[in-house]
Design a protein around this ligand. Sequence first.
Ligand SMILES: Nc1ncnc2c1ncn2[C@@H]1O[C@H](COP(=O)(O)OP(=O)(O)O)[C@@H](O)[C@H]1O
Ligand SMILES: [Mg+2]
Length: 196
Amino acid sequence: MKIIGISGTPGVGKSSIATELSKLLGLPRIDLSKEVIERGLYVEYDEHRRSYVIDEDAVRRYLARLYDEIGPYILDSHYAELAPKHLVELVFVVRLDPAKLIDRLLARGWPASKVAENVEAELLSVPTLNAIEELGEELVVEIDATNRDIASIAREIVDILFGERPAFLGHTIDWLETMPRDRLERVLRFVEMHRS
Ligand SMILES: Nc1ncnc2c1ncn2[C@@H]1O[C@H](COP(=O)(O)OP(=O)(O)O)[C@@H](O)[C@H]1O
Ligand SMILES: [Mg+2]
């Protein structure tokens, strides 16, 4: 086993799934956002977007060094594709119905503009496309977490890792094609209204 990435838009359930997976597999969970801040793996803090701009090369070096030190781990990160390709087992991109994501992120107390930015990214499959760009389709699997409990999602991931369930590689979930029209329009209106 190599590095198992759990990626996706903020709020889709990465940390919940990665924590459960860590128990099932007995592997450590690395929360990359926390490491980035604690180890200063960023270039600057973007006041407007209220987020750190990561130093991608420093993060790549850190992830490779960590693998040398502790062996396989679960990488819980919005940009899990920064794990060096030769050290990646698979990156699972967690997907969530964008209408549900709006509710989740608003419940977190996030400003509507930041919610809109992230919901737009989910709608357009940005985390998946980024992962494929870095790693290629053969290392990326999307998981639809909508209306599913954490335990069953974590089990599905374990089954895929051990070849007990087929993995559909690459970009397989497109909300623009599968969401009912009225629901999609509601999401688009929210994004349009609040995007800065
Ligand atoms: N499959 C799920 N079903 C119900 N609630 C979930 C599910 N996944 C995550 N949540 C809840 O949604 C919120 C965001 O989940 P979290 O794991 O922190 O997401 P992320 O790490 O991707 O930002 C948490 O309150 C969590 O309890
Ligand atoms: Mg998280």
